[in-house]
Design a protein around this ligand. Structure first.
Ligand code: SF4
Length: 355
C-alpha cells in the first residue's frame, strides 16, 4: 500500500503547522507556497514583535520553519496550484513550480492560503498615498523591526504619533462590517514598542472601543497606559489634513468630551483590517469551496467543524476562514492535519463501527 499523500496550499503559520503534523504522523506532505520562502505574511512583511508576549516573529515561526525544512515534507516554493480534478476519491493536481508543471495525485488537501491587509487607499479621507507620513500598520511593523522610526516625508524622528483603529473594518461605507480582531492589539503593541525604544515620542490611539480579548486586556491595554504612558482618545478621525508646518492634522470628534478636536501629529498609523487573500479566493474556485458573507472560505460548520469544508477530503485552516491570531492559526493547522489524516485513514483502513 502506498503512503497517503497530502497537499498543503500555503506556507504561513497554519500551513507549516499542518505540514509538520502530517509528516510527524508518517504521511507524505507536499507544501506549495507562492513565495520563495516559508513563514507567510508575518515573514513577508517583516513583522516585529508579536502581541501579547512581545516575542520577535522569528522566535515564534523559525522553529516551525526549521521543523518543516528538516522533515520529509516536500516543499515547492515559488509555486502555485493551477488545476484540481477530483477522481475516484483522490485529487489530481497540477502545480506550476519554477516554470515547470508538476502533476500529483493526493488523498486530501489542506487550504492554508492566509489573508491580505485591507488596502487603505480606499479610505481616501485618511490620505494614505497622498501624505507620506500616513502609513498603515504593516508599513510601521517594518520600521519597528528595523528599529528605525522616522517620518517618511523628511527622515526625522517624529515627536507625536497617532494610531487610528478600525480602518477597513466595522465600516459600512467600505462594505467591511466585521471586526478585524487584531487591530487594537497590534496598534497598542506598536505604541508600546515605540515608547520602549523612544520614551520621548508621544503616542495616541483613536478608538471606537478597544477589543483586546482574553489575556490581551491586561497584557496590552492596561499595561500600555500604566507602564508605557500610551494615551487614548475615544473618537474616530474624520479626515487627515496637512498643516502649514507640514505636520498632519487629525480632525476628529472626541466622543467622551463631546467636542470636535484637531490635533497635530508627525505620523498617523492606520490599523487596516484583514480580508481574504487572492490565494484564498483562487483556492476556493479550484476546489469548489463556498465563500461566506464576509468573503472568506466557509467552513462546514463554523462552530463545531471549523476546519472541515463541504467538499470531502478538503480542509481549511488559519486566516483563510477569517481574521485570526498566529497561535490560533497554528492550532487550526494541527486540527486540519488531524482531520485530513483521519479522513484518509477511514478510507483506507476498515474502521470498526462506532470507532
Ligand atoms: S480589533 Fe480593534 S481595530 Fe480591529 S476592527 Fe476590532 S475594534 Fe477595530
Amino acid at each position: 500500500m502506498t503512503n497517503p499523500k497530502f497537499l498543503v496550499i500555503g506556507g504561513g503559520p497554519s500551513g507549516l503547522s499542518a505540514a509538520q503534523d502530517i509528516a510527524e504522523a508518517g504521511g507524505d506532505a507536499i507544501l506549495v507556497e507562492k513565495e520563495t520562502f516559508l513563514g507567510g505574511t508575518p515573514k513577508k512583511l517583516h513583522y516585529s514583535l508579536l502581541a501579547p508576549d512581545m516575542k520577535p516573529v522569528e522566535e515564534v515561526l523559525d522553529p516551525l520553519i526549521s521543523s518543516v525544512e528538516n522533515s520529509s515534507v516536500r516543499r515547492l516554493l515559488g509555486a502555485s496550484v493551477k488545476s484540481v480534478e477530483k477522481k475516484g476519491g483522490r485529487f489530481n493536481v497540477t502545480i506550476e513550480s519554477n516554470g515547470t508543471s508538476v502533476s500529483e495525485s493526493v488523498d486530501a488537501v489542506i487550504v492554508a492560503t492566509g489573508f491580505s491587509h485591507w488596502d487603505p487607499h480606499k479610505k481616501y479621507e485618511y490620505a494614505y498615498g497622498v501624505y507620506p507620513d500616513v502609513i498603515d500598520f504593516k508599513d510601521f511593523e517594518k520600521m519597528l523591526s528595523d528599529e528605525k522610526i522616522v517620518r517618511p516625508s523628511n527622515g526625522q524622528q517624529p515627536k507625536r504619533i497617532a494610531w487610528l483603529l478600525c480602518v477597513g473594518s466595522r465600516d459600512k461605507q467600505v462594505g467591511k462590517f466585521y471586526c478585524c480582531r487584531l487591530g487594537c492589539a497590534v496598534s497598542i503593541k506598536q505604541a508600546m514598542e515605540v515608547r520602549r525604544i523612544h520614551p520621548e515620542i508621544d503616542t495616541y490611539v483613536y478608538y471606537m472601543d478597544i477589543r483586546t480579548y482574553g489575556f490581551w486586556e491586561d497584557k496590552l491595554y492596561w499595561k500600555s497606559m500604566e507602564e508605557y504612558g500610551v494615551k487614548y482618545i475615544r473618537g474616530r478621525i474624520g479626515s487627515i489634513n496637512k498643516g502649514e508646518d507640514g505636520r498632519l492634522i487629525a480632525m476628529a470628534e472626541d466622543t467622551i468630551l463631546q467636542r470636535p478636536s484637531e490635533v497635530p501629529f508627525d505620523m498617523v498609523i492606520l490599523a487596516t483590517g484583514m480580508e481574504a487573500s487572492e490565494g484564498t479566493l483562487e483556492a476556493s474556485k479550484l476546489l469548489g469551496l463556498e465563500i461566506e458573507e464576509h468573503g472568506f472560505i466557509k467552513p462546514l460548520e463554523s462552530d463545531s467543524m471549523p476546519v472541515s469544508t463541504a467538499v470531502p477530503g478538503v480542509y481549511v485552516c488559519g486566516t483563510a476562514t477569517g481574521p485570526k491570531a498566529i497561535p490560533d492559526s497554528i492550532t487550526e493547522g494541527s486540527a486540519a492535519a488531524m482531520k485530513a489524516l483521519n479522513y484518509v485513514r477511514r478510507r483506507t483502513i476498515k474502521v470498526p463501527a462506532g470507532a
